[in-house]
Design a binder for this molecule. Structure first.
Ligand SMILES: [Fe+2]
Ligand SMILES: [Fe+2]
Ligand SMILES: [Fe+2]
Length: 269
C-alpha cells in the first residue's frame, strides 16, 4: 500500500477529545502476548515521533515549519497516550518487562529475517542474543519475587526462555557499539524502516528501564534493571548509528511518519 495515495482528513480533524484519548484497557489474562508487544512497539514509535519533533523544532529557525510541527506533535502526543493506556492497571512492572523483552526478541528476529542489508542484519543478530539473556534474567527475578509466577505462560510459549550469558558479557567500550551508517539513497526502503523501527523499540525499552527501575520493590530488582538498562543504552547506540545521518530534518520527518503508518498498517493485517 502506498500511504501517499490514501485519502486523508485535514490535519486539524485528527485531534481527539480526552474521553477518546483514554481507551478501554485490555484484559491481561485473555489478551495474547503479541497484542501486548504491539502496544509496546506503537507506544515507543509514537514516543520517538514526539521526541524527534521536539528536537526538530529546536533546530529550525523557520516559523512555518515550527508551527506545523507543533500541530502534528500535539496529535502524536494524543496517539501515544491512547496507545499507552491500553495497558491495564493490574499489569505489574515485571509482567510488562517480560513483554518488552519478548518484543525485543521476536521483532529483532523478524526484521533480521526479512532485511537484505547485511550491515543491519549483523547488528540485529548481535543484539538479539543479548535480549534473549535479558528475558531469562527478568524471568528469574519474577520466579524469585512472585509466588507461582509462570513467565513462559506470559510469553505464550512463543519465545524460548533459556539460560543465557551473564550481563557481564554484554558490556563493551561505548565506541564499539557505533556501527556503519547506511546511505539512504542506495538502501532499500525496508532497510530504512528496519533501522527506524528497531531504534524506536529499543529506545522505548531503554526509557522504560530508566524510569521504572527505582520503583521496583527490592534492591535485587533495582540492580537488575540498572544492569540491563545499561545494555539497552548500548542497543540504542548501535541501532541509531545505522541510520543515514545525512538526511535533512524534513526527510527524517517523512520517514518517521512513514514508519508509524507502516507499523499501524502491518499491526492491523
Ligand atoms: Fe503518531
Ligand atoms: Fe533487552
Ligand atoms: Fe535491547
Amino acid at each position: 500500500m502506498n500511504p501517499l495515495d490514501v485519502q486523508t482528513k485535514e490535519v486539524d480533524e485528527n485531534n481527539i477529545n480526552f474521553n477518546k484519548m483514554y481507551p478501554k484497557a485490555y484484559n491481561k489474562k485473555t489478551t495474547g502476548p503479541y497484542t501486548k508487544t504491539r502496544v509496546i512497539l506503537l507506544n515507543g514509535t509514537e514516543y520517538e515521533s514526539v521526541w524527534f519533533l521536539h528536537q526538530f523544532a529546536r533546530h529550525t529557525n523557520n516559523d512555518e515549519i515550527k508551527n506545523a510541527i507543533a500541530v502534528v506533535r500535539n496529535q502524536e502526543q494524543q496517539q501515544q497516550k491512547r496507545i499507552a493506556c491500553l495497558k491495564p492497571l493490574n499489569e505489574s512492572i515485571l509482567e510488562t518487562t517480560i513483554a518488552y523483552e519478548q518484543l525485543a526478541i521476536d521483532l529483532t528476529a523478524t526484521l533480521a529475517q526479512n532485511d537484505s542489508d547485511s550491515n543491519n542484519k549483523q547488528a540485529l543478530n548481535f543484539a538479539l542474543l543479548e535480549d534473549f539473556d535479558h528475558l531469562y534474567r527478568f524471568s528469574n527475578l519474577m520466579m524469585l519475587d512472585v509466588k507461582g509466577a509462570d513467565p513462559s505462560f506470559l510469553v505464550g510459549q512463543f519465545t524460548e526462555i533459556t539460560p543465557g550469558r551473564p550481563t557481564l558479557a554484554h558490556y563493551r567500550y561505548p565506541m564499539d557499539n557505533v556501527k556503519r551508517a547506511m546511505n539512504a539513497k542506495k538502501a532499500d526502503l525496508y532497510t530504512k524502516l528496519v533501522a527506524n523501527i528497531i531504534t524506536a523499540a529499543e529506545q522505548q525499552t531503554m526509557n522504560y528501564y530508566m524510569n521504572i527501575s527505582q520503583w521496583y520493590k527490592n534492591d535485587l530488582g533495582r540492580k537488575l534493571y540498572a544492569e540491563i538498562g545499561m545494555v539497552e543504552e548500548e542497543h540504542v547506540t548501535q541501532y541509531e548509528s545505522l541510520k543515514d545521518p545525512n538526511l535533512t530534518w524534513l526527510q527524517l520527518w517523512v520517514l518517521h511518519e512513514y514508519t508509524e503508518a507502516y507499523l499501524y498498517y502491518s499491526a492491523y493485517l
